[in-house]
Design a protein around this ligand. Structure first.
Ligand code: GUN
Length: 295
């Protein structure tokens, strides 16, 4: 296998899914059903959050999904944010609600997420949806977009998840933990690593599927990877690079150049998992509109 053919092209796979969703939206609107609507709630002026929300809104527009952008001041109160969410719950044009995280530290994130109607919880972060994800025989209405995107990529390349040794680096609420839960649900044997894990390279070397979501630039090196393993790099880190005119570049949690000769398949970063997060958000929003149709 050439190194080129090891690349899992998340950008192309996401574009395909987005095109399918755009067709689905067109068909439902032609059939007289509602235009799917996504509300994004952005509190404060975190530059990365602003850019993510902007990308999500742009992708919505391209797929024929209506987006409602709500911006709140950084000092918005708990009551104000919950009121916005409750108004969106009641708005029939809004099928999905996304509260961009992290919220400013004075706000109670759990309470805000809890205020979102579970039928509109397109991020899958509502405690009931996460709780169902963690339990056998229970189905969440929505699954968090980034972890779901990782599973979608694994399925797309025909990776064997059942029975595989999967190692997840990171235990965040947004990626690591829900990703581990999804993999358990697919009958992988899952190890979740974190800052206190002893001998990380040795633990990672056991993995048939290695998924990195720690936010540490290029942490995973060649000797962390079992030859032939599938590597999913969720990381997206901005690092300085004086050799470039703009002075910086984006890299993943995996040292791509170091591991490429060893891996079986790998997602690049950028261009791997990132585009899938957005495609899955659109997918969830269209499904939220379908759930509303049935009510
Ligand atoms: N912050 C980083 N990733 C995400 C995400 O997928 N959804 C939300 N709401 N906030 C995020």
């Amino acid at each position: 296998m050439t190194n080129e053919s090891k690349i899992i092209d998340g950008k192309a796979i996401a574009a395909e899914l987005r095109a399918e969703l755009a067709k689905k939206v067109e068909a439902r609107v032609a059939a007289g059903k509602s235009v799917p609507g996504l509300a994004t709630v952005l509190v404060g002026d975190n530059a990365a959050s602003q850019s993510y929300v902007g990308m999500k809104q742009k992708a919505c527009a391209k797929a024929g999904i209506k987006s409602f952008g709500i911006k709140m001041e950084a000092d918005a109160t708990q009551e104000e944010v919950e009121k916005v969410v409750s108004d969106l719950n009641a708005n029939p044009e809004v099928h999905g609600i996304l509260v961009q995280l992290p919220l400013p530290s004075h706000l109670d994130e759990e309470k805000v997420l809890n205020a979102i109607s579970i039928e509109k919880d397109v991020d899958g972060f509502h405690p009931i949806n996460i709780g169902r994800l963690a339990q056998k025989g229970r189905e969440p209405l929505f699954v968090p977009c980034t972890p779901d995107g990782c599973i979608y990529l694994l399925d797309k390349i025909g990776a064997q998840i059942e029975g595989a040794e999967a190692v997840v680096l990171g235990r965040s609420n947004i990626v690591g933990m829900p990703l581990a839960l999804l993999l358990v649900g697919r009958n992988a044997t899952v190890t979740v690593c974190h800052s206190r894990t002893k001998d990380l390279p040795a633990v990672c070397r056991k993995a048939d599927i290695l998924l990195a979501a720690v936010g540490r630039p290029e942490m995973v090196k060649k000797d962390w990877v079992k030859p032939g393993a599938v590597v999913i790099d969720v990381g997206s880190n901005r690092i300085e690079d004086p050799s470039l005119e703009k002075g910086y570049k984006w890299v993943g949690d995996v040292d791509y150049d170091d591991v490429i000769d060893v891996v079986g398949r790998i997602t690049p970063s950028p261009g791997g998992v990132g585009p899938m997060t957005i495609a899955k958000l659109l997918d969830n929003t269209v499904r939220a509109a379908e759930i509303a149709d049935g009510k």
